[in-house]
Unconditional design. Sequence first.
Length: 419
Amino acid sequence: MPTQPTSDFRRTAIHGLIERVLATTPVVDIHTHLYDPLMDHLLLWGIDELLVYHYLAAEAFRYLREPPEKFFALSRTEQAELIWRELFLAHSPVSEACRGVLTILHRFGLDARERDLPALRQWFQEWPLEAHVHRVLELARVARLYMTNSPFDDAERAIWQRGFLRDERFVSALRIDPLLLDWPGTALRLAEWGYNVGEGLSPQTLGEVRRFLADWTRRLEARYCMVSLPPEFVYPAATDTARLLEGAVLPHCRDFNQPLALMLGVRRHVNPRLRLAGDGVGRSDLCALVNLCDGFPENRFAVTVLSRENQHELCVVARKFRNLHVFGCWWFTNTPSLVEEITRMRLELLGLSFTPQHSDARVLEQLIYKFDHTRRVLVKVLAEKYGDLAVAGWEPTEAEIRRDVTALLGGAFEQFCQG
Ligand code: RAT
Ligand code: ZN
């Protein structure tokens, strides 16, 4: 057909344009487990940390003959060697977590085909941390990232109390899991830190919890508050979690005009012997989320769900409540096939009012692969969507594509945070 070459040409041109826009638009990474480089040795980086990442450890345990306790008794270096041997030498590294390590090495220009772990280790050791951080952020095109900061973590708490010169690329989110999931234990700690709390959740105690949240929000300059909750989470309910939410956490978020981020569906310690690698997933009851969004229209909720089965329902809830922002393909959903499926579904149901991905990086260099892989999926899905618009007679300009991609890569989230 005579029109064919023109439309093929257009399709290729728009694909190239989307690719270029995605490659050059800076990302705001809205949830990581990375730390400001000046927070002592908390920021993890380097090949050994990449190899012992709990996503890989979980996969290695499937092949290892030794009991997990024996693995954890080894040094970091020995653990890394064992995982390298099982996941890269004894088998081909086809999983998403393994592929991630290879993408990182490739982007650094390192040749993993040599299969030479000591040489890789040597290469990483040659870089001063500050320069390395800079280079990684450049390669990942990450302009700013959110840390996960917990006052309940002893190492972290001491650093915040001491104070340090902040790197403005590393901003903070206040993590409060122990507060909502273990009130008796948390009450003891708050009392120890000078908050006048009793074990019961009296108005006086809830007021002190708010004072604790306010103190730490100011100390961290936190931009939002966050918690991850098990599939059993229900609201409303006669539970400590529900009472603390409505009596302290939600009022606190309103006071500071901040969203509450909820990560729903993690079942902790399914296999405790695997430590961090031993958590699982369960389907959440999103009625709890509906009740929160509906019951607290003055609050804003940023939400990700771990179960694939919850993804469609989450999109539908977000269509009903504009105080809900959907984000990320988290942990077990961070595989290319699921990211593609979930991102396509979100675009189709929510337009551009969501954040397709956060890195959840625990090791600095993971920023590179998490966003490289995300960009690939986004190019594919956006090309398809803009292509469908072209068929319907609509062509976006480059500026419009840039605007859309900026929103997807953290812009929409930061706007949501501002309220
Ligand atoms: O993705 C992860 O690394 C998990 O271990 C969790 O930390 C999760 O991201 C969370 O923030 O609860
Ligand atoms: Zn996380």
